[in-house]
Design a protein. Sequence first.
Length: 87
Amino acid sequence: MVTIRLARGGAKKRPFYNIVVTDSRKPRDSGYIERLGYYNPRACGQEVPLHLESDRIKHWMDLGAQPSGRVAKLLKDAAATEVSESA
């Protein structure tokens, strides 16, 4: 099964996550099919905490990719902020 999940990067105590499409049987930080964005939980100042390529995410979900729990929450939060900004 193909999943959309987080792959950890960054230094010790300074996490940085890439949002990737990968085979669910592979380890968390191993190779992936495509990078769809990133999530920086420690962003401050002018740094962007979340960047998503929504067209590519929609493409992969249409093909049957399942988002992990955390990625699903990030997608939901991003959609909510997008709606509130346009209103």
